[in-house]
Design a protein around this ligand. Structure first.
Ligand code: FDA
Length: 576
């Protein structure tokens, strides 16, 4: 079949997954073309929490500064408030996104990058514009229709929605980053587990100066408990800050088994005023849309030369803020593998490790995000909101917590515990950073996975155990301070060694591996001694780090023939 257009990788979709895939492939020098259905990028804020792992990806891609320049910083994100309305009674607060003093230390120790709030309508242009500047071809108003694949490549049929005609694009590989209703995933028959449409939610984007009600308790999220706020959706009414303190997004539930809501401006304004609790605040409604909470993941992400990434393979509610993060991280896992296979540096078997490594992560985050919604019920229970639907009784039950009675003391304790339990939605550092890959692109060293001494969902546990992300430590050179993560990445393998590891350097000669040594008088100084504490190998040992900064091989010391050991490790990791 003769195609009209040719490229190496065709990417369907320009959301966080497709945008990041294009950016990274272009950064690695791979020709790629993005087709996207509409004539614009995301026009609503949608995803926003951008966690440290994603910021590390963007740092490696050289665009972290551009994101920081537009994002709301961590110190304005974390006084998550539970209240009866913004102007109404405050029921409690939770330090979130690692703003609690003890969690701030965990956050700062784990990464050179900081969590931030980057709304999706600002993130997508950064990804896509940088991708285009580095070589990505980009086609708006182009709808993917179907694909066929053979031994050498994939031919996709697309429709130009402006002209109305169809044409074919030939690529060596195709990435389906076409979101939660992925046609690509459906066409290649990816096995999906779970359910779509578990609950109904409405997003309302609006402008209003809410400085008076928010700036003194700066946060990304203000949760509002009112009659009906436990129906459908994400479990409570939510007023989310898009831009402090005048752009907002409300999430409100609707009963998915009933009639879908009529999203008139008057309806949206009524909900906004309801949650603000002050009718006198001028509100400008920008848009409203309905969406559903989903609980679905794909068991595998690949069929032949076609891969899916992002919501195409993991569909879940926004709880825990994992949507766009996981999508960008999928792309980070896949892009270097495609680049190396296309350049002939790796065998096609390497591509199979994408699914093996990312599908377990997808499943974990879908389950985590859905569990977080269910756990919100504890707050309703503590306040006595589940036992009655009568608004007067509800108010009385909530007010009962102020009484000097033993029951009220129990209620106060239950509420404190229920709010604190939301740590599992807003402070899951382990979920964000403890992803450990098991596949043929990781060589086990015979040691068991080190147990996390703390809760593995809440706390990051740095380790160089093969499959884990390279731990972060500050190292120095020429009066500059870099992260160990800055030594890796950049689309290439890195061998990290130390004093006495010179034979590893000799062993790496002629191999596509950059060698760095850390220690006194070596390439980089271990400024605070943190690296020696974290590396779990001897001075002369080595870590082989993949382009996505995951450790794939380690050696405690120097073996008899380091050249043979390193060549064999690289050959196996690269499926050659
Ligand atoms: P995404 O859906 O972003 O992108 C899909 C892309 O594919 C789009 O560019 C689309 O135009 C394109 N496309 C689709 N079909 C195509 C076809 N046939 N041909 C060509 N192109 C096609 N998450 C979160 O963490 N916090 C939040 O608050 C929210 N809020 C939210 C609100 C709403 C209304 C939605 C729909 C989603 C959210 N999310 C969210 C989820 C979050 O936005 C989501 O996880 C990421 O956008 C996923 O990124 P992807 O790139 O995978 O898909």
């Amino acid at each position: 079949m003769v195609a009209d257009v040719e490229t190496e990788v065709l990417i369907v979709g320009s959301g966080p997954a497709g945008g990041a895939a294009a950016l990274l492939l272009s950064t690695y020098g791979v020709r790629n073309l993005v087709v996207t259905k509409y004539g614009r990028l995301s026009d609503t804020p949608r995803a926003h929490i951008t966690n440290q792992r994603t910021m590390e990806v963007l740092r490696d891609a050289g665009i972290e500064d551009q994101v920081i320049a537009q994002a709301t910083p961590q110190h304005l994100m974390g006084d998550t408030v539970f209240c009866s309305s913004l102007a109404g009674e405050e029921l409690g607060r939770l330090h979130t996104w690692y703003t609690h003093p003890s969690r701030r230390a965990d956050h700062d120790l784990a990464s050179p990058s900081s969590i931030c709030d980057m709304p999706q309508h600002l993130m997508e242009p950064v990804l896509v514009e940088n991708a285009i500047a580095r070589g990505t071809s980009f086609r708006y108003e182009t709808e993917y229709l179907s694909l066929e694949q053979d031994a050498d490549g994939v031919t996709a049929t697309v429709r130009d929605r402006l002209r109305g005609d169809e044409y074919r694009i030939r690529a060596k590989y195709l990435i389906g980053a076409d979101g939660g209703r992925s046609k690509v995933a459906e066409d290649i028959g990816l096995p999906m587990v779970g359910k779509m449409g578990v609950a109904g939610s409405i997003n309302i984007v609006f402008e209003a100066d809410l400085t008076e009600y928010t700036a003194y308790r700066p946060s990304t999220l203000y949760w509002v408990l009112q009659t009906g706020s436990d129906v459908g959706g994400i479990g409570m009414g939510l007023v989310r800050c898009v831009r402090p303190w005048h752009e907002w997004l409300i999430v409100w539930g609707y009963d998915i088994d009933g009639e879908p809501p009529d999203l008139t401006e008057a309806y949206a304004r009524r909900i906004a005023h309801h949650l603000i609790g002050d009718e006198s605040v001028p509100v400008t409604i920008k848009s409203s849309s309905a969406w559903t909470v989903n609980h679905m993941y794909a068991e595998t992400y690949q069929k032949g030369r076609v891969f899916c990434a992002g919501d195409a393979v993991h569909r879940h509610p926004p709880s825990n803020g994992l949507g766009s993060n996981t999508s960008i991280q999928d792309a980070y896992n896949l892009a270097w593998k495609l680049a190396m296979v296309l350049r002939g540096e790796a065998g096609p078997g390497l591509l199979e490790t994408y699914s093996a490594e990312r599908a377990p992560v997808g499943r974990q985050i879908v389950d985590r995000a859905n569990r977080s919604i269910g756990e919100t019920t504890r707050i309703f229970e503590a306040l006595g909101l589940l036992s009655t639907g009568d608004p007067d009784q509800l108010r009385a039950n909530m007010a009962a917590r102020k009484l000097p009675t033993p029951e009220a003391e129990k209620q106060r304790q239950a509420l404190r515990e229920a709010i604190a339990f939301k740590d599992y939605e807003f402070n899951t550092h382990g979920v964000e950073l403890n992803q450990r890959y098991a596949s043929s692109a990781v060589l086990a060293d015979g040691t068991p996975m080190p147990a996390n001494p703390r809760d593995d969902e809440l706390y990051h546990h740095a380790t160089t155990w093969p499959g884990a992300k390279l731990p972060h430590a500050w190292v120095g050179r020429d009066r500059t301070r870099l992260s160990t993560l800055d030594l890796g990445g950049q689309g290439r393998f890195t061998l990290v060694t130390g004093i006495g590891g010179e034979s590893w350097r000799a062993a790496a000669e002629g191999l596509p591996v950059t060698v760095v040594s850390i220690g006194p008088g070596a390439d980089y100084e271990d400024l605070y001694g943190d690296w020696a504490r974290l590396r779990e190998i001897g001075d002369a040992g080595c870590l082989l780090v993949r382009p996505d900064n995951h450790v794939c091989f380690r050696s405690e010391g120097v073996p008899a023939d380091p050249g043979a050991v390193l060549r064999d490790a690289l050959r196996r990791v690269l499926s050659r």
